[in-house]
Design a protein around this ligand. Structure first.
Ligand code: COA
Length: 342
């Protein structure tokens, strides 16, 4: 069984180098019939490859796909044969580290299409394969070519709007998965996994290889690598610690039905039904006073020792300043109305 396949419409710079690729219908674990068709039509010899496809090859591919009953992919190949933009037929036999820009884009698409979960696709070394680009209202532009394109647009009476300068584009320019609401689309990068029932408000952010399992209200930051369980809410401006820059190597996750308060933060993975008081940042080394039901001190431990434990309430005692942890008995009754209107 092969790993993934996609017919992509892309952008290249003046040197013919790939800048980005849009895969409308990426396929996870393509079956042997599909792989055989691709091998024959595209002269694919195996391995992981992004093949620059000619119109003739794409027409042949469309015919062969139709014959084996792959009608959606056949229709896509047929349309791609008439593309004014370069087309990449990308085949990944295995999930090895990517070796080209179209391969990275296919992997990011698999996650945002919810075909693979964060951490379910090997993304080692992708930064070196993603060029830093100007993302404009006329598509992706190589930064070296931007001044000429800006001038050209002005001369023709248009303004070229540069929406961001980044290695990752916004997810919604590539796919809008079912059942989501995203108030500010620039805040969710391609490669994010946005679960059905998730609302991302303006302050919310979801990085690549990160996301939500299901219903969630996200008003805080989901860093790369962080997955948020079903029914959990991230309050305004809160933070989940990433592992990319100095965040240590513990992979942070949030269990189900948790609430991270506004401006709070976590540097440990939370179990199910945990709450963090607004404004409290718990790092792995934070010394935490564990309290019993009568608010009596049981022991002082490091927050990392409470990683993945369910039913905890973290707060900073407003009188002593000590960080305290109580068993969250009431479990949070998440705002049903809020979720119902996701
Ligand atoms: C930590 C938090 C969950 C506690 O809420 P709660 O469980 O409803 O607790 P209450 O406010 O009813 O307080 C219960 C008791 O603990 C005390 N208490 C609460 N927080 C305390 C603190 N930080 N230090 C000392 N005592 C505290 C209260 O004074 C109260 O005392 P009492 O029993 O003597 O009356 C809540 O304050 C919070 O931060 N929620 C996050 C909300 C949020 O940010 N949502 C996202 C919006 S975008």
């Amino acid at each position: 069984m092969s790993f993934a396949f996609g017919i992509g419409i892309g952008t290249q710079n003046n040197q013919g180098e790939w800048l980005e690729v849009f895969y409308q219908q990426p396929v996870m674990t393509p079956g042997s019939a599909l792989m055989e068709v691709i091998s024959n039509a595209m002269d694919f010899q195996g391995g992981n490859q992004a093949i620059s496809a000619t119109a003739e090859q794409l027409s042949q591919l469309a015919n062969a796909l139709r014959q084996v009953g792959e009608t959606d992919q056949a229709a896509l190949a047929e349309k791609a044969a008439n593309s004014k933009r370069p087309v990449a037929v990308t085949v990944l036999e295995t999930d090895d580290a990517a070796s080209s820009t179209p391969e990275v884009y296919l992997k990011l698409h698999l996650i945002s299409h919810r075909l693979a979960k964060p951490h379910g696709v090997k993304l080692d070394g992708i930064f070196g394969l993603l060029p830093n680009l100007a993302w404009t209202n006329e598509g992706a532009i190589d930064l070296n070519e931007l001044p000429a394109r800006q001038l050209q647009a002005r001369l023709e009476g248009r303004t070229l709007e540069v929406k961001s300068v980044d290695k990752f584009p916004q997810m919604t320019d590539y796919v809008v998965p079912n059942g989501v609401r995203i108030a500010d689309t620039a805040r969710v990068r391609l490669g994010a996994y946005v679960g059905e029932g998730t609302t991302v408000m303006h302050e919310g952010f979801i990085n690549f290889n990160a996301g939500t399992e299901g219903t969630s209200m996200i008003e805080g930051r989901i860093s790369a690598g962080v997955m948020v369980g079903k029914g959990s809410d991230l309050g305004g401006g809160c933070s989940t610690m990433g592992t990319l820059s100095g965040g240590g190597n513990i992979i942070i996750a949030v269990g189900e039905n948790c609430l991270i308060g506004a401006n709070a933060g976590i540097g440990i993975p939370l179990g199910d039904r945990c709450k963090v008081e607004a404004g409290l940042y718990i790092t792995a080394g934070t010394k935490v006073a564990l309290l019993d039901d009568d608010n009596k001190l049981v022991e002082v431990i490091k927050a990392r020792d409470l990683a993945n434990q369910p039913d905890l309430l973290f707060r900073r005692n407003s009188q002593t300043g000590a960080v305290e942890c109580k068993t969250n008995k009431t479990a949070i009754e998440l705002n049903e109305e809020l979720h119902a209107n996701n």
